[in-house]
Write a new protein. Sequence first.
Length: 368
Amino acid sequence: MDLKPVLLIAAGGTGGHMFPAQALAYEFQELGWNVVLVTDKRGIKFTKSFPEGVIKFVQRSSSLKFGDILSFPKAAFLISVGLFQALWIFNKIKPTVVIGFGGYPSFSAMLISRVLNIKAMAHEQNAVLGRVNRFFSRSVRVVACSFWPTKAPKGTVTYFTGNPIRNNILDHDHSDFELPLAGSLNVVVIGGSQGASIFSRVIPEAIEFLPLKLKSRLRIVQQARLGDCINLEKVYERLGVNATVKDFFQNIEYILSSAHLVIARAGASTIAEVLFIGRPLLLVPISDSIGNHQKANAQRISDLGAAILLEEKDLTGKKLSIEINSILTDQKLAQSLATNAVKNSTPDAIKKLRDLVLNILEGDISAR
């Protein structure tokens, strides 16, 4: 490594952790810093969109479930290996400051930063601190929060930054929302890495309940599990609905910009991106998310009038069709959701997070 300051980013292997990490990597490269990413093998698939020059380390990691006797020895071994890997990385690159974005792959780096007394902070994407961020919440300098307020242990120094948005979303030109009185209506369905299967079942059921006049105008763009895609396309063909179904969309910025309604799980990155673009949003949080964080995310946004919340236990084709119909046939409701979305978006989140990292080096941190 040269004499430039070094930012070490530790992040879990999901888009929710990696997308804000990616945005921060660009910011610090522009400042002339060296940027190092520590993640696991799941996270590496997200690094193609990271800036060139980011040094990447893949380390071993695992969740540690004390009640699971069979998996505990293997998990403990993987975590031990990860700690030795992290110690080697720290010795090699000598980070100036460390930021953890949560997820089990961030555990080792956060622990080593504490042992070596290196300045560190965390960024929490959800309205409830995840397990790793909660574990280190009172030992890091500050926890940057995407939602306000964010549920955190007593004694945690928290600061609201918002959730950084990917550059391809942030830089994409998009028009103000308008619900057309005639022509196509674009419904975008985003299942996320954990929650697409239920949408593959219930969205077609909801479409069947819609009035023919509305159904004939729909164009569906749906993210589904790879194994569900072909069958789902056949179902929409039978229903006479124009649909595009894939397990992953590269051009999500174009898809969201053209949407008249987004139906999604309540992942933090999805919420941040839809709020920024300003589209009506219907959220169905995963019922068994850790700490029930998706329900907390959705509730915060629903309380702001920027989304409609429908809990998974209440999710039926009939009930979903009622919500879809009410949004796509009510100009006032649709416009209110879109307007409140933009009003509560945080396009400057990455700048706030960048400045917070820099302030750590100056010792200028206060709770907010």
